[in-house]
Design a protein around this ligand. Structure first.
Ligand SMILES: [Zn+2]
Length: 236
């Protein structure tokens, strides 16, 4: 079973690891990894795996049957190889900032309107949110971005930890996705923006809201019955 180091420390940029299996020459599993496999709207990490002086580019990473598959650009890695992993930190850090920002925005929107999130994608250029809300009101969405920006100026810590499932599910708003069922695990991982929001989440986040910076709204779209979409981005 792979040890997912990013769940405990999202700031790890490098780690040592050992190859545990290789499928079709280019799909590699490791005993531990810092590569985020994607999920919850957050894209996977990219980066490199080094074996001595040999460099393998990690093109994509995904979860598969309880393990994490690293897709590398060429054959050569073998089970038992000792390797060194380095993630593309610029990409990851931007996605961490986006992910934490998305939680702040969603907590405001969902708490005050009762909407649930029906989809979201954290891109490097923009963040997309779909939610079910009766009224389509561009100005209202703009105001939520402004409110989020006020909160993002504050020195507010972000923490993540596991709690027993039963206990987690008692927290109001802990599941914000309209169709998401929490994973059937005895413990759920929570991401807490202290005093702002607690959500069940497996993604990577910054440690303090001040790291996020500010947001700007790009556009809002009416996607039909009860379905609204908003795009915003980090500045810069
Ligand atoms: Zn999340």
């Amino acid at each position: 079973m792979v040890k997912a180091l990013y769940l405990e420390d999202s700031y790890l940029k490098e780690c040592d690891a050992q190859v545990t299996s290789v499928k079709d020459e280019r799909y590699v599993t490791l005993d531990q990894t810092i590569f985020y496999p994607g999920g919850g709207g957050q894209p996977c990490d990219t980066g490199i795996i080094k074996k001595g002086e040999e460099v393998y580019n990690v093109l994509s990473v995904k979860k598969s049957e309880g393990d994490i598959l690293h897709e590398v650009d060429r054959a050569g890695l073998k089970p038992g190889d000792k390797v060194h992993c380095i993630i593309d930190w610029e990409r990851r850090y931007r996605l961490m900032r986006s992910h934490t920002a998305a939680h702040v925005f969603a907590s405001l929107l969902c708490r005050e309107t009762g909407a649930l999130i029906t989809g979201n994608q954290l891109g490097l250029e923009r963040i997309r949110f779909d939610f079910n809300l009766k009224e389509f009101n561009r100005e209202l969405l703009r105001r939520y971005i402004e409110k989020a920006n006020e909160i993002l100026k504050k020195d507010i810590p972000v923490r993540w930890y596991e709690v027993p499932r039963e206990e987690a599910l008692k927290i109001p708003g802990v599941i914000r996705m309209a169709k998401a069922l929490p994973p059937k695990l005895p413990k759920l991982r929570l991401v807490e923006i202290v005093g702002v929001d607690i959500e069940a989440d497996g993604g990577t986040h910054v440690r303090n809201l001040r790291e996020v910076g500010q947001l700007k709204m790009l556009k809002a779209e009416n996607k039909g019955k009860n379905n609204r979409r908003v795009y915003f981005s980090l500045i810069p």
